[in-house]
Ligand binder design. Structure first.
Ligand SMILES: Cc1cc2nc3c(=O)[nH]c(=O)nc-3n(C[C@H](O)[C@H](O)[C@H](O)COP(=O)(O)OP(=O)(O)OC[C@H]3O[C@@H](n4cnc5c(N)ncnc54)[C@H](O)[C@@H]3O)c2cc1C
Length: 447
């Protein structure tokens, strides 16, 4: 998404751009595939930062302006309600922050005002480009919220939707995601990510951009501190004035060792996930699953770290794509369940162990999920699961790390004068975040 968005922006300004994608399909972490006769999204639960009536300075409004698009181009439908379910408390949130604040006040007496103050600080940081943001999200949240259980609950969706760190996250990233999730909220395109990808590709090509699929970059050749050309997997060479890489920081270093920032000691991320996609025979709300997205933890202290087991079933995300406020109900009904996973297990398993692991761990995951939401397993007509191995195979991300390296390159500049990083490892996360990153780095570095 970041590469495509950067491409659209550069092509609009008449730059000669070629997008090189190793996969046969665009979208990366946010693509789709066909299985069992269904188009299944890989990444998208919901588009965050939905603020149709927000100010011009809101991230989504700024992004759309820069892509010369409007909100209606994306055909988004808002969420109904989402929940955070912990052993001793449940919180609901919608696209209106007041709902969450009121809920928090009811469940944790005295905390409503604290949560509102935290929100004000988040917006103050946003207005100042997150300069001076606290180092630790937990400390940041705890400096306003005095109920530790509420801090755990607030961290859960935010970390699931964007933390490359284990146990904690960087304060600025927390602030950005807090705003995206709790203040601006969720929406979904009725037919998944594909129409948005098609739209971006169409805009890109109509503006003169060139797209080459099945064209992996094997290495970036550097001469006298500057990238001179890229060499593709098939041996072809393309000369370039600049390279904008959305492959990830460590992944870019693998194809261009000169791009390693000497002062940052970057490392590969290891936070990856499995997701089971369960097609059911009727709308989920008929079975009592009424939330758009449910984030849960079976422990009061939310555990967000690489799993010691193939799958950590003690926490997760349950997404019901049908539970958004569409004009007409979708034809396919599904429940998607995301859990933290151990990349080493899934990458190391042989074929039989891999397939067996999928069934075994999906069943274990469901045992916990069905203590959180009503039972739906008897209504499942088809299921598929993707793992860290799938993510690595189709996006190249080391360890299948969805949120990339814990080290972010905020200004996008690598030590190679004309090689830049955009997307997740520049520091903006999720669909909207990665698109913003592509556009911003294109603007700052190449226009
Ligand atoms: C299970 C899951 C659920 C998610 N849910 C949500 C959600 O609900 N909402 C949300 O906002 N976000 C969600 N995300 C996150 C979102 O998908 C990502 O943050 C975003 O797509 C990242 O985009 P990117 O451009 O930074 O990177 P990528 O999508 O990784 O793009 C990088 C591209 O570069 C290509 N590439 C890599 N190496 C090479 C090479 N050497 N040569 C050529 N091409 C190469 C890859 O194939 C890929 O297409 C989810 C992700 C997953 C996996």
């Amino acid at each position: 998404m970041s590469g495509l968005s950067a491409g659209v922006r550069l092509a609009h300004f008449g730059k000669k751009v070629v997008i090189l994608e190793r996969h046969y399909r665009v979208g990366g972490l946010n693509s789709f595939y066909r299985s069992g006769g269904y188009d299944l999204d890989v990444g998208l639960h919901a588009v965050t930062n939905y603020s149709p009536d927000g100010p011009k300075s809101a991230p989504m409004a700024r992004l759309l302006r820069r892509l010369r698009m409007t909100m209606s181009d994306l055909e988004l439908y808002p969420q109904k309600v989402s929940r955070i379910v912990f052993p001793d408390a449940t919180l609901e949130f919608t696209n209106d922050f007041n709902h969450l604040a009121n809920q928090a006040g009811k469940v944790f007496p005295g905390q409503e005002e604290n949560l509102r103050k935290l929100k004000d600080e988040v917006y103050r940081l946003y207005a100042n480009n997150f300069s001076g943001a606290p180092k630790s999200a937990r400390q940041f949240a705890s400096s306003f919220i005095t109920a530790p259980d509420l801090v755990e609950m607030l961290m859960c969706p935010v970390m699931f939707y964007g933390s490359a760190w284990e146990n904690d996250m960087e304060g600025g990233q927390f602030a950005l995601l807090f705003m995206s999730l709790y203040c601006e909220g969720f929406a979904r395109p009725k037919n998944g990510i594909r129409p948005i990808l098609d739209l971006l590709v169409e805009r890109y090509k109509n503006s003169g951009g060139e797209m080459r699929l099945r064209s992996g970059v094997q290495r970036i050749e550097v001469l006298k501190g500057k990238a001179a050309c890229v060499v593709l997997d098939n041996g072809d060479t393309i000369e370039c004035e600049a390279v904008l890489s959305s492959a990830g920081l460590m992944e870019t270093i693998e194809i261009c060792p000169e791009a390693r920032p000497p002062d940052l000691a970057p490392e590969a991320g290891s936070m990856s996930f499995v997701e089971s996609i369960n097609i059911i025979d009727r709308p989920a709300d008929e079975l009592g699953l009424d939330a758009s997205i449910t984030f849960f933890s079976a422990n009061r202290k939310f555990r967000y770290r690489r799993s010691d087991l193939p799958v950590d079933v003690q926490s997760g995300v349950i997404c019901v794509p049908g539970n958004f406020c569409y004009d007409e109900p979708p034809d396919t009904h599904m429940v998607r369940i995301t859990n933290i996973a151990d990349p080493k297990f899934w990458e190391g398993a042989d074929k039989a162990g891999y397939e067996k692991g999928k069934v075994e761990w999906r069943d274990k995951s469901l045992e916990v999920v069905e203590t959180i939401v009503p039972k739906f397993v008897d209504n499942v007509t088809y299921f598929d699961m993707f793992t860290p191995r799938t993510i690595k195979k189709f996006t190249g991300h080391i360890n299948g790390a969805v949120y990339g390296s814990p080290t972010k390159l905020g200004d996008g500049q690598t030590p190679v004068e004309n090689v830049f990083i955009c997307g997740t490892d520049q520091g903006y996360l999720g669909v909207v975040g990665s698109m913003i990153s592509g556009v911003e780095i294109a603007n700052q570095r190449l226009l």
